[in-house]
Design a protein around this ligand. Structure first.
Ligand code: URA
Length: 201
């Protein structure tokens, strides 16, 4: 295995296969779950890790959190197919536990490479795990939701919008406004009301 895991990438540098860096995740996963959506998307959403539904279907955010995300996107005039959606970690952790620090670090190169390949107008972190991983600092997601910070990878800089995790709106409905507001900010940031810049996809 090379340092950047390059032998696990497909040619487009947007999908990884056969990675065996994390023994516990190799054990618990049915498959690796790569990002989906246009490889030239203006908006790139980054979640935490696949859950049971994602592991089964091989696609990020297809369970209840995915329903919340899809609905939020619809409310701002976007379809799921208009944006790219990926995770910090590409394999389902056992019992849906949080990915460990080592697992996040092992998968970080894949995420960085996906961000560079897609080169989005805006990266949107869904919840604490991706926000803290990408910004390399502690993040209070509820109070910082809607804030934009810089992410620098290999001398390139992207803007990161902090957003609460869609699941947070399910167990704490008071988070819904922050979630909706962040998506509205994302769509305005990326282009004219979210419609015109997405026509090419
Ligand atoms: N599904 C995902 O793909 N990621 C999450 O963070 C939660 C659910």
């Amino acid at each position: 295995m090379t340092d950047d895991g390059s032998e696990c990438w497909d040619e487009s540098a947007t999908a990884v296969t056969g990675c065996e860096r994390c023994p516990a995740l190799v054990e618990s996963r049915s498959r690796m779950v790569n990002g989906v959506g246009p490889t030239d998307a203006d908006l790139l959403f980054v979640g935490e890790a696949p859950g049971a539904n994602e592991d089964e279907q091989g696609e990020p955010f297809v369970g209840r959190s995915g329903d919340v995300l899809d609905e939020g996107l619809r409310d701002v005039g976007l379809a799921r197919q208009d944006v790219r959606i990926t995770n910090c970690v590409r394999c389902r952790p056992p019992e849906n536990r949080d990915p460990t620090t080592d697992e996040r670090a092992n998968c970080r190169g894949y995420l960085d490479r996906e961000i560079a390949a897609v080169d989005p107008e805006l990266v949107i972190t869904l919840g604490k795990v991706p926000a803290e991983l990408l910004l390399d600092r502690s993040v209070a997601v509820t109070s910082e939701a809607g804030d934009i910070d810089d992410l620098t990878v290999d001398e390139s800089t992207w803007q990161v919008l902090l957003c609460v995790h869609p699941a947070a709106t399910l167990y704490d409905p008071s988070q819904q406004d922050a979630f909706d507001a962040a998506l509205q900010t994302a769509v305005e940031y990326a282009g004219d009301g979210g419609q015109s810049t997405f026509g090419e996809f």
